[in-house]
Every structure is written in C-alpha cells, then in structure tokens.
Unconditional design. Structure first.
Length: 102
C-alpha cells in the first residue's frame, strides 16, 4: 500500500509518498518519517501504542482519523497497490504528528 500526504509540521509542508505493507496497515503499526523534516506520522495503530493519537483506540487508521477530523481522503489504485491520498493542507497530520526522539 502507499500513502500521499502533506507534512503539516511548521515550516515543513513537504508533499510526499510512502509505501508500507497492507498487513501492517490492517493488523499492526505503521509510522512514516517525513522525508524532509524527519518528524514521524502515525498511519495505523492496531496495537494501542499511541492511544493518545487514536482517540483511545476509536480511530486506529489514517482513514478513520481523516473521517473523524473531516479531512478528505481518497482511495485509489496503482497497479496491484492501494494508494491513500490525503488532501493538501489538513489537520490529520497535526493530530497524528509526534516529535522524533532525536
Ligand atoms: Zn515534514
């Protein structure tokens, strides 16, 4: 699977794409690192590690989070791969942003 989104970290705003496994997205945890500012974004959390970001486990995928925050997310396909496209400037990433440890 893949996702395209815009980083909403202040002074970043980098539009980017990331690839991850469907299995992780449906059953595990998916975190992507912004290729520009290196901040991390939570895409899916089925294990409950980041309950503060998922509304105590109510919205555990970026699709559910986008819906909860009223942010347009479209689902498409490139070949065999599903692609999630999050609309330009939005609030999902600021919700799912968490600072990198470095
Ligand atoms: Zn960034």
């Amino acid at each position: 699977m893949a996702i395209a989104f815009t980083c909403t970290v202040t002074d970043c705003g980098h539009r980017q794409g990331h690839i991850f496994s469907k299995r992780s997205y449906e059953k595990g945890i998916v975190i992507v690192t912004c290729s520009s500012c290196k901040n991390r974004h939570l895409i899916a959390d089925h294990l409950g590690w980041f309950q503060n970001l998922t509304g105590d486990g109510a919205n555990v995928t970026i699709e559910q989070l986008a819906k909860a925050h009223g942010v347009p997310l479209t689902k498409g396909r490139v070949g065999e791969s599903e692609v999630l496209e999050v609309a330009g400037q939005d609030s999902v990433e600021s919700t799912t942003n968490f600072a990198s440890a470095s």
